[in-house]
Design a protein around this ligand. Structure first.
Ligand SMILES: [Ca+2]
Ligand SMILES: [Ca+2]
Ligand SMILES: [Ca+2]
Length: 546
């Protein structure tokens, strides 16, 4: 342990001071050097194949180092750098701390504006290129994260009753409860399952099983960036509209304070930092996300992503619910662009929050023993396939998500093509924590891909939606009126709708999903094969889903 590294947090319960910029840079430089040394050692001991597999890393290291050294020379005063992560081997990693940061409705594309995610997680860890949610809607997706199960097994099929919502899950048998039994301190911050806190004061004061500390946003005010209420370990606190109460910043403050408290205890810890950003400001009505005042102009006038599927010209290949959509008008496209701008701006406070969380871990001497997972619960449309806004549908913008993980033993700056889904998150965390899952796990641990990013595995997984009787009343689900069941393979997406309609995309030839091939005779054999594989997965549980 380096001298002084805990001094800042042991003197008071207030959040530890953030390390100065040079201290952060120096920590980062040391981490990059350490990562390079680990890779070199791995290559030397395991032969040329490993070195070749990690070539991306080796190419990136010199540039990263040069950049960091230049910044250090420019910025470092003599007093900098008192707080450093532990050196390799200085602490025995038994059970690592695990910090999950999950944003709400964030697309994969938008990660490009998050420099700290890139610098502190991606450059220090493993980025999954192909990570998906199996049900692109808040409550079913988060229930999958908490259980390791498909929605058809955990039973949360929508955001609200009768087929979903807060009351639909047995929290005493979810990931945080399993981690507590394995000896973890656990803490939740931010968004919980839809409907949490509704139904009177007693419901607002409820704390779900599994959490040592609880800072849950209380519905229906969860989706307000100001004026929201947090259940803080059983006490309700409302944060009125003033700049210091910006929701994302307040959630970061809570997480940083808890890191300080947990780090002084012997137990490892699990933090679930569930930022509501960049979700729209209200759950109904589609008001744009609210950026922090300091970020309001960061992306003024930014163009929508240049995807060829935006305002798709020919939708004759698609099911009726898309076929019947008119081309978006210039005004509608401008509204989608404004929403996109606000969402990017709202992500900047999340990105700053990640830097503060990493700094807090480093200050507490815990960074080297901590796995950090960055992801989102579902994606979002911004005009693709003529869909002005929303999610749920099985297109890439809605289901493909960021998953970036750093942690002890994982290579730095690596990218893996291993096909992964949110059913895999709980099995991964259970393995890392050496805990025991008490539900049959439908996903698989991603630890092999984290340790060896060149890992490839053959697998299929389901993309589900519904049946959700509540969805017809929810404007945010307005494109999800019907249920579907789809199969994602390493190459194809095949979907069967309740209406009997089908979709089939070859994602190698058609990554933007412009031409469904379900009616193309050239794809008959492929479609028959995919339909049979989907049938075999339809009601799968556990190893039958593998
Ligand atoms: Ca969501
Ligand atoms: Ca703006
Ligand atoms: Ca088309």
């Amino acid at each position: 342990m380096l001298l002084g590294s805990r001094a800042g947090v042991s003197k008071s319960t207030s959040p530890p001071p953030e390390p100065s910029q040079p201290a952060v840079l120096l920590s980062r430089a040391i981490e990059v050097i350490q990562a390079g040394a680990r890779l070199a050692a791995a290559a030397a001991s395991q032969g040329a194949a490993v070195a070749a597999d990690n070539r991306t890393v080796h190419h990136r290291l010199p540039a990263l180092l040069l950049g960091l050294v230049a910044q250090l020379l420019a910025a470092a005063p003599a007093s900098a750098a008192t707080e450093l992560p532990p050196l390799p081997g200085s602490g025995q990693v038994q059970r690592p701390n695990i910090v999950v940061v999950m944003t709400d409705d964030q697309t994969l594309e938008s990660v490009r504006v998050m420099e700290n995610v890139e610098r502190l997680i991606a450059a220090a860890g493993v980025t999954f290129e192909s990570f998906y949610t199996t049900y692109s809607l808040c409550c079913p997706s988060r229930s999958t994260f908490l259980t390791g199960q498909y929605p058809h097994n955990h039973g949360v099929l929508g955001n609200y009753p009768p087929n979903g919502g807060y009351g639909a899950l047995d929290y005493s048998n979810t990931l945080p409860a399993w981690l507590q039994r394995a000896g973890y301190n656990t803490a939740h911050f931010g968004k919980w399952l839809n409907g949490y806190g509704q139904g009177g004061k007693r419901k607002q004061k409820e704390i779900p099983a599994g959490w040592s500390e609880w800072y849950g946003l209380v519905d229906p005010k969860t989706y307000l960036y100001y004026g929201y209420t947090v259940n803080e370990n059983g006490r309700l606190k409302t944060y009125r509209r003033k700049p210091g109460n910006y929701q994302t910043d307040v959630l970061t403050d809570k997480a940083v304070a808890v890191i300080g408290r947990f780090a002084r205890q012997r137990k490892p810890f699990f933090l679930n930092v569930a930022y509501m950003a960049p979700h729209a400001t209200a759950s109904a009505g589609g008001s744009p996300a609210t950026p922090a005042p300091r970020h309001e102009s960061a992306f003024d006038g930014v163009a929508l992503p240049s995807s060829p599927s935006i305002n798709e010209a020919d939708v004759s290949d698609k099911p009726a619910q898309i076929r019947e959509l008119p081309l978006l008008t210039a005004e509608e496209l401008e509204e989608a662009r404004q929403r996109y701008e606000s969402r990017l701006e709202a992500l900047l406070a999340v990105d700053e929050g990640i830097a503060r969380i990493v700094s807090a871990l480093a200050s507490a001497g815990e960074l080297g023993d901590t796995v950090i997972v960055f992801t989102s619960d579902n994606g979002y449309f911004s005009g693709e396939h003529r869909i002005e806004e929303g999610k749920v549908l099985p297109y890439e913008e809605s289901i493909r998500l960021p998953l970036i993980v750093r942690g002890p033993g994982f290579p730095a700056g690596a990218v893996t093509g291993a096909l992964a889904a949110n059913i895999d998150l709980a099995p991964t965390i259970v393995e890392l924590a050496r805990a025991t899952a008490r539900r049959t796990q439908d996903g698989r641990s991603l630890v092999p891909a984290l340790e060896q990013p060149a890992t490839v595995w053959a697998r299929d997984f389901l993309i589900e939606a519904g049946p959700d009787p509540s969805s017809e009343d929810e404007s945010e689900n307005d494109r999800a009126a019907q249920s579907f069941l789809g199969l994602r393979t390493d190459r194809y997406l095949y979907v069967e709708y309740d209406s009997g309609e089908r979709e089939l995309y070859d994602l190698v030839l058609d990554p933007f999903q412009l031409e469904s091939r379900h009616a193309d005779p050239a794809f008959d054999a492929i479609e028959a094969d995919l339909a049979a594989r989907l049938d075999a997965f339809r009601d799968c549980a556990g190893s039958a889903c593998a």
